[in-house]
Design a protein around this ligand. Sequence first.
Ligand code: PXL
Length: 278
Amino acid sequence: MSQKRVVAIHDISCFGKCSLTVALPIISACGAECSVIPTAVLSTHTGGFSGYTFRDLTEDILPVASHWRKEGITADIFYSGYLGSKGQAEIVKRTVEMLKTQQSMVIVDPAMADFGRLYKGFEDDFPLAMLSLCQTADIIVPNITEAAMLTGMEYLEPPYSEEYIEKLIRRTHELTGADVVLTGVCFDDRRIGAAICEKGEIRYALTRRVDAIYHGTGDVFASAMIGAILNDRSLQAAVQIAVNFTRESIEKTIDENPEREYGVNFESALPELFKVLE
Ligand code: PXL
């Protein structure tokens, strides 16, 4: 069987363990090739640092895609995340349209918001542009804030009622037409994880809750989920693997790294990921 390939379309945050610096090692560790189209280069991510540099790479995205198309380069999964601007949503759509085959899967993480607020630098109409990109995806991976912004539903603080989560995930599914993996789902202070809406059916993948918050865990989660999908796991199984891997990454971090914006020590959890994917 030939090696699987992901095209990851995110920014490079030079420091801070998120987006491409997380997607590359985790997807590679799962045995797949991870090719990249960087959307921007920042000295750090925008969540907890100030004074970061920002180089927009909008003008490079379509020329990369055109070159690849000429070379016949495609992918099993196109995986987009943080975009440098709302205009890039349309450009990423065109990029994927140019490069995908009938077998390709498109996974969009609408990485734009958390804790009820848009990330720094995004304007109020960013979610509308992101919604149109989500509408072209097979699977989307929003957190609660992002799903609330995509649907226009109210953002609530955890813990959640099953009624709120199911309404939020169903609306997100109906609006986008995509299967939805909703992260940050917790009903009490003991368990946390994701809800899955696949072909309209809702299921959960939860694990024990660790009381710590680190930046970049959404990217750790989505990258591990994609790695597991490429190892022929069902969506439900892949989400459970990713939920466990994210929790293990946080557990490996707590004692050594209290800096929330420095990200998690997912590297130390990779051996466990190998084991479950064997
Ligand atoms: O992990 C999401 C992310 C990715 N890239 C950049 C970010 C963030 C979240 O803040 O700022 C640049």
